[in-house]
Design a protein around this ligand. Structure first.
Ligand code: UT7
Length: 325
């Protein structure tokens, strides 16, 4: 059976590290509050580089690791809620940067589930058309949509990008997915609103307050635990597997307490969830591929291992994917 296999992974994050103590100097917060409520100790924050810089760096690393040339790339998809422009897409900027002149390139918006949604699309292209390969990246500079005077959001997020190079294969790879959306709930997590202001109306020009990330933290927490648990259960049940068949669960890194609840409710040992939130915070669409790339880089995955990626985010959206490494 034709499958889509992950051949290489890569990540790229800003050099600048902002610790909880650094944040406690600009808003009324503390290392204790942030660590205990979220598990975050520090995050990477851009010193001015825009999202295209990190996603392009990931694409270059992927081509080098997979030992492929730019003109052989068929498809580039970038997931992001913080692109450089409304148009062009980040994927087209990546295409120019790496010289992948034969690729089709576009972006997807599914917030923190974006990388899984992009993988899902690439899997369909590869399995049902002549596409042989794809570069899939999740990348964000969330720091530009954060209100740095709002302690309830500014302590949570970070910048960076991660991605995977995929190829058509005869076995293994992406085995199963469960993705979903619930637009009714979109208002509990928003960012990047731009008002329609033009010379024919009276809307004030300038940055709208809704440009900044707004979140009903408790509602998002409830949405996340409920839907990720349901989604993980469905993937394991429908594939007739248990947590024991899975080497690692790679969850979206939003809050260590969300993962603790999922681990407890599903009776999956916490150590099976790969976590790096303490070093990167919540990087939205980049969080799962950055974690995957770290696991890969550390040599913790062997070909044939089964892993599960699972995430949730704005929209609201969620997605879980079962992969044979
Ligand atoms: O990628 C998806 C996006 N987001 C998520 O997945 C987030 C899901 N939600 C969460 O992770 C948690 O709800 C938060 C970490 C955002 C908040 O934790 P919480 O335990 O739900 O806290 P809370 O919002 O109920 O706030 C508790 C208290 C409040 O004070 P009072 O009203 O009890 O006096 C807040 O004002 O903590 C206060 N607070 C803070 N205190 C110190 C909120 N933010 C901070 C802060 N430092 N940074």
């Amino acid at each position: 059976m034709i499958r889509t296999r992950v051949i290489a992974t890569a990540a790229s994050v800003p050099e600048q590290i902002i610790t909880n103590d650094d944040l406690a100097r600009i808003v009324d917060t503390s290392d204790e509050w942030i660590s205990q409520r979220t598990g975050i100790k520090e995050r990477r924050i851009s010193s001015g580089e825009n999202t295209s810089v990190f996603v392009s760096d990931v694409a270059k690393q992927l081509m080098e690791k997979a030992e492929v040339t730019a003109d052989s790339i068929d498809l580039i998809i970038v997931a992001s809620v913080t692109p450089d422009y409304g148009t062009p897409s980040l994927a087209c900027m990546v295409q120019k940067e790496i010289g992948a002149s034969n690729a089709v390139a576009f972006d997807v918006v599914a917030a923190c589930s974006g990388f899984i949604f992009a993988l899902s699309i690439a899997d369909k292209y590869i399995r049902s058309s002549g596409y042989e390969n794809a570069i899939i990246i999740g990348g964000e500079t969330l720091s530009k949509v954060i209100d740095w005077s709002d302690r309830s959001t500014c302590v949570l997020f970070g910048d960076g990008a991660g991605g995977a190079y995929l190829e058509k294969a005869q076995d293994g790879g992406i085995l199963f997915e469960e993705i979903g959306s619930d637009g009714k709930m979109y208002e509990i997590l928003t960012a990047g609103y731009t008002a329609c202001s033009n010379v024919f109306n009276e809307n004030p020009a300038g940055v709208d307050p809704l440009w900044y990330a707004h979140m009903d933290g408790r509602e998002v927490f409830k949405f996340a635990t409920k839907n990720v648990i349901k989604s993980l259960n469905k993937v394991m049940e429908e594939n007739n597997i248990t947590q024991e068949d899975i080497k690692y669960f790679i969850p979206h890194q939003a809050n260590v307490r969300i993962v603790e609840v999922i681990s407890k409710k599903l009776d999956i040992p916490f150590e099976k969830f790969y976590m790096n939130i303490e070093r990167f915070g919540n990087t939205s669409s980049a969080s799962i591929p950055i974690a995957l790339s770290e696991l890969d880089e550390k040599g913790l995955l062997e070909r044939g291992d089964q892993i599960i990626l699972t995430g949730f985010g704005g929209g609201m959206t969620w997605g879980t994917m079962l992969i044979t490494w």
